[in-house]
Design a protein around this ligand. Structure first.
Ligand SMILES: Cc1cc2nc3c(=O)[nH]c(=O)nc-3n(C[C@H](O)[C@H](O)[C@H](O)COP(=O)(O)OP(=O)(O)OC[C@H]3O[C@@H](n4cnc5c(N)ncnc54)[C@H](O)[C@@H]3O)c2cc1C
Length: 336
């Protein structure tokens, strides 16, 4: 089995940039991502939302930034394993053995970029919702065009639900937003857009108590919070915007020093308490931490410099500029 120089756990924006930097600076690199696609929160949570605070992009939809990061890393040919969760790590003589949902991997160093962990959606507390999962009930929004001409009910009152309702309304025949309270907890700009989008039918304070259909979904039952008669709403798609439970999942059992749902690192090196293991991005915690994509990119620079020296102590200190790296112009296959 090939032993990689560095294995990156988590293929969100920070992990993707980590793979680019590792390959750029001569390491063999592998990304292991638990979802079937790369992009992390950018794809899974807010693909259509424009981002304004990533250097070099005046405004870029999250899914387009993810696509740029994927294209950037693919230029350097890291090995990419999708739909595979890292469950356990074990120290070996030469580094670590990683046990995943699909098999075993060997690596000299580990870079953990699992963000807020595996995305475990809060399930809809509605009768029969589980039966229609993937056949009308969605916890991850597929391509918005999948909603073209459909009757969609979005559930929730936070940023995720409001953003999805706004985006889906551009494609669906009808969009209903159901929320337990009269007030929404979303960004002021999103709330302004919601007010200015009369084709989104608001049902507040309502809760969804059931879904129904035969092979596919045909209706949902909603009811006013407190007293009130249930109502049936025709729907062939329900999108849950109830959010995700923050859970590091198996990462919590790897012997890492933790602060709540984050891994404690030294901010000058991004090193964890385990030798040969670094962490960057949302999952890395230190005094003054700011959870932004830009911060994660900076942390990657620090970590990759450290990993490079760890793997080859003759390479000390700073990283050379990419403009001075000849192989960056025509990157070669991952030799591992
Ligand atoms: C609605 C919303 C809007 C935002 N807007 C902005 C913004 O405007 N600007 C900004 O800078 N930031 C914004 N953020 C925050 C930004 O998205 C995060 O800071 C960023 O995604 C962190 O990247 P990451 O790679 O560390 O983690 P993530 O994006 O969370 O990616 C982590 C990846 O690791 C995978 N993973 C987890 N556990 C395992 C495992 N055991 N094995 C394998 N893979 C695993 C996950 O599936 C995931 O793909 C926003 C966040 C949200 C929710």
């Amino acid at each position: 089995m090939a032993v990689f120089d560095v294995t990156i756990i988590g293929g969100g924006p920070v992990g993707l940039f980590g793979a680019t930097m590792a390959r750029l600076h001569g390491m063999t690199a592998k990304i292991i991502e638990s979802l079937p696609e790369l992009g992390g929160q950018l794809y899974a949570l807010y693909p259509e939302k424009p981002i304004f605070d990533v250097g070099g992009f005046p405004s870029i939809p999250a899914k387009d930034l993810a696509a740029q990061l994927i294209a950037q890393t693919e230029r350097f040919h890291p090995t990419i394993c999708l739909d595979e969760s890292v469950l356990r790590i074990e120290a070996t003589e030469s580094g670590y053995r990683l046990y995943t949902s699909q098999g075993v991997h060997e690596t000299r160093a580990i870079l953990i970029t699992v963000g807020i962990g595996a995305f475990v959606p809060r399930k809809l507390p509605a009768n029969d919702a589980e039966r229609f999962e993937g056949r009308g009930v969605y916890y991850f929004v597929p391509a918005l065009t999948a909603f073209a001409g459909r009757q969609v009910v979005v559930v929730g009152g936070g940023d995720t639900a409001v953003d999805w309702a706004l985006a889906i309304a551009q494609h669906a025949a009808s969009t209903t937003l159901v929320h337990r309270r009269n007030e929404f907890r979303a960004q002021p700009e999103s709330l302004r857009l919601l007010r200015e989008t009369p084709r989104i039918h608001l049902k507040t304070p309502y809760e969804m108590i059931g879904v129904a259909g035969s092979d596919t979904l045909t209706s949902v039952t909603i009811k006013p919070v407190g007293d009130g008669e249930p109502e049936t709403v025709r729907a062939d798609a329900v999108v849950s915007g109830l959010g995700f439970l923050p859970t590091l999942g198996p990462v919590k059992d790897w012997g890492l020093a933790l602060e709540g749902n984050a891994i404690t690192v030294a901010p000058t090196s991004m090193a964890t308490n385990l030798r040969g293991v670094w962490a960057c991005g949302d999952v890395a915690q230190y005094p003054g931490k700011v959870k932004l994509i830009a911060t994660g990119f900076g942390e990657i620079g620090i970590a990759i410099a450290q990993i490079r020296t760890y793997l080859d102590p003759s390479k000390k200190g700073h990283l050379p500029h990419s403009t001075n790296i000849k192989s960056a112009k025509a990157p070669v296959e991952n030799p591992a």
